[in-house]
Design a binder for this molecule. Structure first.
Ligand code: 5GP
Length: 196
C-alpha cells in the first residue's frame, strides 16, 4: 500500500481491487476478523449455554459474518434471514426502513440474536429491534461486526461488537457499494466516501 495516498498497490493482496483507485487501506484484515469472530463465537456459546439461539441475519451485508459466526458457535442453533431496504436518502435521518424479505421462522419464545454487518447511526437497527421485539421473543440480543465510533443516535446497547471503527465508509467481508466488493476478504476504506 502507498502510505501517502492510502491506495492499494499491486501485489499487496493479489486481489481484484489492487488496481482499483477507489479502494483504500485495510481497516480490519481477514486475519483480525477471523480471530475476533472466534472470540465472539466463544462468548456467545458461553452466554447461551442451555438456551440455543436463533440467529437472524440482516441481508445482504451480514451474510459473510453470519456464516463465519454461526460456525464459531459451539451450540445447536437455528438461522433465519431478513432483508431491509432504505427509503432513499431520507433514511439517513429518519431510520425508516422497509422489510423486503421477512423471516420464515416464528420468534415466539425464542432467544434471538440479530446479526448485523455495521451499526452507523443505529437507526436501521432501532427500527428492526422494535419490529422484532413485537413478535414475542424470549430474549433479543444484537451482534454487529462493526460499530462506527461516536455515530450512534439510539438509546440501546449493542450486546456484541466485533470492532469499533472510525466513521469512514468501508467495504468488503459482505459490505458493498452498489453490490460490488462484497467478496473482499478484508474490510477496506472506500475512498470515494459514502455513495449518494
Ligand atoms: P445506520 O442505520 O446504522 O445509520 O446504517 C446501517 C446500514 O447502513 C448498514 O446496515 C449498512 O447497510 C449501511 N452502512 C453504514 N455504514 C456503512 C459503511 O461504512 N459501509 C457500507 N458498505 N455500508 C454501510
Amino acid at each position: 500500500m502507498d502510505e501517502a495516498t492510502g491506495l492499494v498497490r499491486g501485489g499487496d493482496h493479489g486481489s481484484f481491487v489492487d488496481s482499483d483507485p477507489l479502494v483504500g487501506r485495510i481497516v480490519v484484515s481477514a486475519e483480525e476478523i477471523g480471530a475476533r469472530v472466534a472470540e465472539l463465537g466463544a462468548e456467545i456459546s458461553k452466554d447461551y449455554s442451555g438456551r440455543p439461539p436463533l440467529l437472524v441475519g440482516v441481508l445482504k451485508g451480514a451474510f459473510v459474518f453470519m456464516a463465519d459466526l454461526a460456525r464459531a458457535i459451539t451450540l445447536p442453533l437455528e438461522l433465519d434471514f431478513m432483508a431491509v431496504s432504505s427509503y432513499g436518502a431520507a433514511t439517513k435521518t429518519s431510520g425508516v426502513v422497509r422489510i423486503v424479505k421477512d423471516l420464515d421462522l416464528d420468534l415466539t419464545g425464542r432467544h434471538v440474536i440479530v446479526v448485523e454487518d455495521i451499526v452507523d447511526s443505529g437507526l436501521t437497527l432501532a427500527y428492526l429491534r422494535k419490529s422484532l421485539l413485537a413478535r414475542g421473543p424470549e430474549s433479543l440480543a444484537i451482534c454487529t461486526l462493526l460499530q462506527k465510533s461516536g455515530q450512534q443516535r439510539t438509546d440501546f446497547d449493542v450486546d456484541y461488537v466485533g470492532f469499533e471503527i472510525p466513521p469512514e465508509f468501508v467495504i468488503g467481508y459482505g459490505l458493498d457499494v452498489a453490490e460490488e466488493y462484497r467478496n473482499l476478504p478484508d474490510l477496506r476504506v472506500y475512498l470515494a466516501g459514502e455513495p449518494e
